[in-house]
Design a protein around this ligand. Structure first.
Ligand code: G6P
Ligand code: ZN
Length: 543
C-alpha cells in the first residue's frame, strides 16, 4: 500500500482548549483541517513508532469518517497497532480505562463532549497520554506549535476498515483491532463496586431512571444497569446513541436533561435518576424531587467512600477545581486528608492521581472521578451513588440532608452568560484583574473581602505554574464569588459566575438556593458590571 505525503498549509486556530481541539463540524470538514491536527499530534509524540494507540469517539456526526482518516494516517506514521472501539464508539472514561489496561502509548478521543452534534453541531479531537489522562499543557503546546508550521502530512492509500465487526486486520504494516468498548470498562466497574448489593437494591422495588441523552453512554448503561444489574428494560432513557443526539444538547444539567428532570420532579418520581453527557464523562445525580449539586456530590462520595469496596481503605486525598464549592474541603478536614484546589480542567488532576496525593476528584461542571482512570467518569459516579444507597438504605435526599447537618451546607450556583461578544467579556475580566490587588479588606454591605486574586496554581508534583485561572473573591463569612471565561465554548465567549455561601445552621438548609445566594449574586453584578459588559439582563443557564 502506498503512503502519500500531502502538501498542506497551517491553520492558525488549532490551539487545544480546556479539553482538546473543539470546533464546528464545518471547520473540521475543511480540506486538510483534521489531517493537519492529527499529523501535528503524531509529530509531537516521541517514539510512537511501533506503539499501540487507542481510538474511538462519542459517536457524533463525522466520528466514523474521522476514524478512517486517523487510522490511515496512523499507519503512514508508523504506529504499530490501533485499538478502535466497535462502530467507532468509546466513551471518554472507557478510552482512559482501555489505554491503561492495554498499556497503550496513548489514545485519540473524538468528542466535543456535551456540545450539540450533527452537521451543524460541533466536533472535537483530543490526545490522551500513557497514563490514560488528557495530554498536559506541555504536550498540547507542542501540538499547537507544530500545527502552526506544518507543511505536509502522511496518509496511507487503502480501503476503509469495517468498524461494525469485532476483527483483527491490517492497514499496511499496522494491526487494527476492532474491540468491544464496553466489556473492559464494565469489568473495571465490577472490580470497584458491590454489584451484588446494588442488584439486591434494585430487586427490592428501587426505581431508577438513567438518561443517556442519545449519546455514548446508551451502549454502556444498557449493558451495566439493565443486563448486569437487572434493572427493568427501559430504565435507560434515550439509550440509542445518535449522530446528532436526537437534536438535543447532551449536557446533564437541569436545563438540558429535561426529559429526566420532568420524570424526577413529578409526583410519583423514581427513587434515583442520573444523566450523562455526549462522551460519558459527566454526570448529574437526582433523587425523588431532589437535585444534588456536583459539588455536594463530591463531598458526599468523599464522606461515604469507605462504604464502597474499591475505596474501603480510605482516600489518600481529594481534589476539586477552584470554582467547585468548598463542601468537600470540610469533609477532607474532618477525615484529616489533603484537599487540593486546581484550575478548571480535568488534566490538572492527573499528577495528583499519579502521585497518589488524591483518590477522588471533582468539578462543579458535573464531573466526578477517581484514580481508577484519568478522566472524569459519569457512570462510575452513578454506580458510586447506587452503592452508597444500597449500603445505607436511605433516600438520596436523606443522605444529602444528613450530610449538611454534619458539615453545614455550602449553597452553590453557577450562572452562565453564553455566546456573549468576546471583546467586552475579555474587558470585563481584565477590569476585575486590575481590581483584585486592592480589594482585600474592602466592605460591601455586610460582606468584607478576605482575599481577592487571579487564581494561580503551583502543581505540587511537577512544580509547573498555571496563571490567570479565574478571579476569586473570598469573604470573611466563608462565601465566595468567582469569575472566569469558559475554555470550552466554540462561539463568542461564555462568562461563568460561580457563587457560594456557607450556612452552618440546619434550620436554614432548605431555603431556595437562588434566594439564599441573592445578596452575593447582586454583589457580583455590582462588582463586575455584568449587564453593562455582556448586554444581558439574565444568565442563559443557571445550575
Ligand atoms: C470540560 C472539562 C472540565 C471542565 C469543563 C468546563 O468538561 O473536561 O474539566 O470543568 O469542561 O470547562 P469550562 O472552561 O467551559 O468552564
Ligand atoms: Zn464530556
Amino acid at each position: 500500500m502506498n503512503i502519500n505525503t500531502v502538501s498542506t498549509t497551517p491553520f492558525s486556530d488549532q490551539k487545544p482548549g480546556t479539553s482538546g481541539l473543539r470546533k464546528s463540524v464545518a471547520v473540521f470538514q475543511k480540506p486538510h483541517y483534521l489531517e493537519n491536527f492529527v499529523q501535528s499530534i503524531f509529530d509531537s509524540l516521541d517514539g510512537c513508532e511501533g506503539q499501540t494507540i487507542v481510538l474511538g469517539g462519542d459517536g457524533r456526526y463525522y466520528n466514523r469518517e474521522a476514524i478512517q482518516v486517523i487510522m490511515k494516517m496512523a499507519a503512514a506514521n508508523g504506529i504499530g497497532r490501533i485499538l478502535v472501539g466497535k462502530s467507532g464508539i468509546m466513551s471518554t472514561p472507557a478510552a482512559s480505562a482501555i489505554i491503561r489496561q492495554y498499556k497503550a502509548y496513548g489514545g485519540i478521543i473524538l468528542s466535543a463532549s456535551h456540545n450539540p452534534g450533527g452537521p451543524d453541531g460541533d466536533f472535537g479531537i483530543k490526545y490522551n497520554i500513557t497514563s490514560g489522562g488528557p495530554a498536559p499543557e506541555k504536550v498540547t503546546e507542542a501540538i499547537y506549535d507544530r500545527s502552526k508550521v506544518i507543511d505536509s502530512y502522511k496518509i496511507l492509500e487503502g480501503d476503509d476498515i469495517n468498524l461494525d465487526k469485532l476483527t483483527v486486520t491490517r492497514l499496511g504494516e499496522m494491526s487494527v483491532e476492532v474491540i468491544d468498548p464496553v466489556e473492559p470498562y464494565a469489568r473495571l466497574m465490577e472490580s470497584l463496586f458491590d454489584f451484588d448489593k446494588i442488584r439486591q437494591l434494585i430487586k427490592n422495588d428501587f426505581k431508577m431512571c438513567i438518561d443517556s441523552m442519545h449519546a455514548v453512554t446508551g451502549t454502556y448503561a444498557k449493558d451495566i444497569f439493565e443486563k448486569r444489574l437487572g434493572a427493568d428494560s427501559g430504565t435507560v432513557l434515550n439509550g440509542i446513541p445518535l449522530e446528532d443526539f436526537g437534536g438535543g444538547h447532551p449536557d446533564p444539567n437541569l436545563v438540558y436533561a429535561h426529559d429526566l428532570v420532568d420524570i424526577m420532579f413529578a409526583k410519583d418520581a423514581p427513587d434515583f435518576g442520573a444523566a450523562s453527557d455526549g462522551d460519558g464523562d459527566r454526570n448529574m445525580i437526582l433523587g425523588n424531587n431532589f437535585f444534588v449539586t456536583p459539588s455536594d456530590s463530591l463531598a458526599v462520595l468523599t464522606a461515604n467512600a469507605t462504604l464502597v469496596p474499591g475505596y474501603k481503605n480510605g482516600l489518600s486525598g481529594v481534589a476539586r477545581s477552584m470554582p467547585t464549592s468548598e463542601a468537600v474541603d470540610r469533609v477532607a478536614d474532618k477525615l484529616n486528608i489533603s484537599c487540593y484546589e486546581t484550575p478548571t480542567g480535568w488534566k490538572f488532576f492527573g499528577n495528583l492521581l499519579d502521585a497518589d496525593k488524591a483518590t477522588l476528584c471533582g468539578e462543579e461542571s458535573f464531573g466526578t472521578g477517581s484514580n481508577h482512570v484519568r478522566e472524569k467518569d459519569g457512570l462510575w459516579a452513578v454506580l458510586f451513588w447506587l452503592n452508597i444507597l444500597a449500603v445505607k438504605g436511605e433516600s438520596v435526599e436523606a443522605i444529602v440532608q444528613d450530610h449538611w447537618k454534619t458539615y453545614g451546607r455550602n449553597f452553590y450556583s453557577r450562572h452562565d452568560y453564553e455566546e456573549v461578544a468576546t471583546e467586552p467579556a475579555t474587558e470585563l475580566m481584565e477590569r476585575l484583574r486590575s481590581m483584585v490587588g486592592t480589594m482585600a479588606g474592602k466592605k460591601f454591605g455586610n460582606y468584607e473581602v478576605k482575599y481577592a486574586d487571579d487564581f494561580s496554581y503551583n502543581d505540587p508534583v511537577d512544580n509547573s505554574v498555571s496563571k490567570k485561572q479565574g478571579i476569586r473573591i473570598g469573604f470573611t463569612d466563608g462565601s465566595r464569588i468567582v469569575f472566569r471565561l469558559s475554555g470550552t465554548g466554540t462561539k463568542g465567549a461564555t462568562l461563568r459566575l460561580y457563587v457560594e455561601s456557607y450556612e452552618p445552621d440546619a434550620s436554614k438548609h432548605n431555603i431556595d438556593t437562588q434566594e439564599a445566594l441573592k445578596p452575593l449574586i447582586d454583589l457580583a453584578q455590582e462588582i463586575a458590571q455584568i449587564k453593562e459588559y455582556t448586554k444581558r439582563d439574565e444568565p442563559t443557564v443557571i445550575t
